[in-house]
Design a protein around this ligand. Structure first.
Ligand code: ZN
Length: 160
């Protein structure tokens, strides 16, 4: 069976940046299971998986525009320390969910200086070219439940 829209594919993957540093990997765990054509994966990776079948290995390089977007300097803002009432120790790398005009957004603290805190609303992988090594483990039909939820159930998918 080949990967195509509405099929479930399970993949093992290793993700590296331009420097060859491993950013993420499914090694040692369940493969990642997703429904093709439902936006479960970044577009630049999903498009390369179309037509593949179990046992195929591929290397995929995905530019930022087809991954997590370009880095947007406007998403980096300074706010007052008082905005973090109740947080005892503010440190670089901490992540918070902020409410903004576009709904909830994950922000990362990138600098703490006196009473000012710099937060970055970009995705941590924004602006990065991503290098994936992928092995297709399994391709199967999606169940009606999975199609109506828009995600895979069971190992490598959602548990609920
Ligand atoms: Zn579900």
């Amino acid at each position: 069976m080949k990967i195509e829209d509405r099929k479930v594919a399970s993949i093992h993957y290793t993700l590296k940046d331009d420097a060859g540093t491993v950013l993420d990997s499914s090694d040692g765990g369940d493969p990642l299971a997703y429904i093709h054509g439902m936006g479960n994966l970044i577009p630049g990776l999903e498009s390369q998986l179309l037509g593949r079948s179990a046992g195929e290995r591929l290397s995929v390089t995905v530019p930022p525009a087809e991954a997590y977007g370009e880095f947007d300097p406007d998403q980096v803002v300074e706010v007052s320390r008082s905005q973090f009432e109740g947080v005892a120790e503010l440190a670089v790398g901490m992540q918070f969910t902020a409410s903004g005009p576009d709904g909830h957004q994950m922000v990362t603290v990138t600098k703490v200086e006196n009473d000012m805190v710099t937060i970055d609303g970009n995705h941590p992988l924004a602006g990065k070219t991503l290098h994936f090594e992928v092995t297709v483990m399994e391709v199967r039909e999606a169940t009606p439940d999975e199609l109506s939820h828009g995600h895979v159930h069971g190992p490598g998918g959602h548990h609920h």
